[in-house]
Design a protein around this ligand. Structure first.
Ligand code: AMP
Ligand code: GLY
Length: 423
């Protein structure tokens, strides 16, 4: 069983780590991977938008299962590309087709989908440069804060939350008229602000049936106390302490079931992960966003909590037989603390030698932005290393992650020391 995982972050390292535990004894390839994935398989250098080059690798390495980590190749139609070529009929792929990937690729598409299938979400309207006057008028009907979302993919930076109306109008004009987020903001979704607490639910679905993976909460802001700029994610926790079985049942009934039914009714070829970002308002869940992949760093706590054989679940998923699978979950807490480069999420440097790996104990390291140079591990991205630990409670798990976060060293190292502070 040869598996190719696309991506180069902590998410892909954690997926490779989990697949590597399968009793099917898979051979793992990661493209492009990082210094961590190299220990579990073979890294292949390739541009993830170059589908012909990827097809070549799939053929050369006789890949049986392709797992697409990030959203971009999905939105660009990687599943459609392979499904159109009969020589790849037997190739199994985890990830939706381009139509399904629009759930992440277009906020307006996702909101329409939620409206059609009665999935609870914030009230909204979508505007473009021609309807900017109506957009100003719509803003005037809302109470602050104002939520503006670039319709297209903007690397997690396309959402602005503004406290005053004048500011909101200025930013709206920047997005619609001045391409603040390039083409991604040629349409803007304006929605009602939801005041609650965020969490995420991850679903593996074959388009009919689903497994609900362990839920998680991530910490997106760079600064302690959830302040400063948004990042890809500075840490994560699973399980989420405030989620009881009653809330989970509401999430399954009012959100997961209608969403999966919607994938089917819309006729998407959707065999993959659906990551549902939620806001819990007075114990009721609302969808903030869909992503068509796993989260990062959420995956670095979700994978360690799956006890059953992920590879078996993925193969069943791609065969449309997920109904036969049983997910087993580890009751322990898992926490991850992300080490980042100084300056991130703004300008930062790469290429810093990393030290202290041999002193790490009782945590798992999932590499995010690392590479190897002359046998040495060096930083190679903004988010550098996810440090995941188990514990019988959140505090115990976090104390291990923090201890090891202080052990690893490189120039400019930064991490948040308050992950879990709000729970
Ligand atoms: P998104 O990229 O859609 O996940 O949005 C980024 C962040 O903006 C979310 O993680 C939330 O913290 C916040 N956010 C998005 N939509 C809303 C909303 N309707 N009400 C309050 N906060 C929101
Ligand atoms: N951690 C948020 C994301 O992966 O989108």
């Amino acid at each position: 069983m040869n598996v190719l995982i696309l991506g180069s972050g902590g998410r892909e390292h954690a997926i490779a780590w989990k697949i590597n535990q399968s009793k099917q004894n898979p051979k793992i390839f990661i493209a492009p991977g990082n210094a961590g994935t190299k220990k579990l398989g073979i890294n292949l250098q390739v541009n993830l938008s170059d589908f012909d080059a990827l097809a070549n690798l799939v053929e050369i390495h006789q890949i049986n299962l392709l797992v697409v980590g990030p959203e971009a190749p999905l939105v660009e139609g990687i599943v459609n590309y392979f499904r159109a070529l009969s020589k790849f009929d037997k190739l199994k792929i985890i990830g939706p087709d381009a139509a399904g990937a629009q759930l992440e690729g277009s906020k307006d598409f996702a909101k329409e989908f939620m409206a059609e299938f009665n999935v609870p979400t914030a009230r909204y309207k979508t505007f473009d440069s021609k309807t900017i006057e109506q957009a100003y008028a719509f803003l005037e009907t809302l109470n602050p804060p104002y939520v503006l979302k670039a319709d297209g993919l903007a690397g997690g930076k396309g959402v602005l939350i503004l406290n005053n109306l004048e500011q909101a109008k200025v930013e709206l004009a920047n997005m619609l008229l001045d391409e603040k987020f390039g083409k991604a903001s040629s349409q803007v979704v304006i929605e009602e602000y939801l005041d609650g607490i965020e969490m995420s639910v991850f679903v593996l679905t074959d388009g009919k049936d689903y497994l609900i993976l362990p839920e998680a909460k991530d910490y997106k802001r760079i600064g302690e106390g959830d302040t400063g700029l948004n990042t890809g994610g500075m840490g994560a926790i699973s399980p989420v302490p405030f989620v009881n079985s009653n809330l989970m049942q509401k999430i399954e009934d009012s959100i997961v079931k209608p969403s999966v039914a919607g994938l089917n009714k819309r006729g998407f070829n959707y065999k993959g992960f659906l990551f549902i970002g939620l806001m819990i308002v007075e114990n009721n869940p609302f969808v903030i966003e869909y992503n068509v992949r796993m989260g990062d760093p959420e995956t670095e706590v979700v994978m360690p909590r799956i006890k059953s054989d992920l590879l078996s679940h993925l193969l069943a998923c791609s065969n449309g037989k997920l109904a036969e699978e049983k997910l087993e979950i580890d009751d322990r807490f898992a926490t991850t603390v992300m080490l980042v480069a100084g300056g991130y999420p703004e300008k930062y440097e790469k290429g810093k030698p990393m030290l202290g790996f041999e002193k790490v104990s009782d945590s798992m390291l999932f590499h995010a932005g690392t590479t190897e140079k002359d046998g040495e591990i060096i930083t190679n991205g903004g988010r550098v290393l996810a440090i995941t630990s188990y514990g019988n409670n959140m505090k115990e798990a976090l104390s291990k992650s923090f201890a090891n976060a202080s052990t690893i060293d490189y120039h400019g190292k930064y991490y948040r020391k308050d992950i879990g502070f709000d729970l």
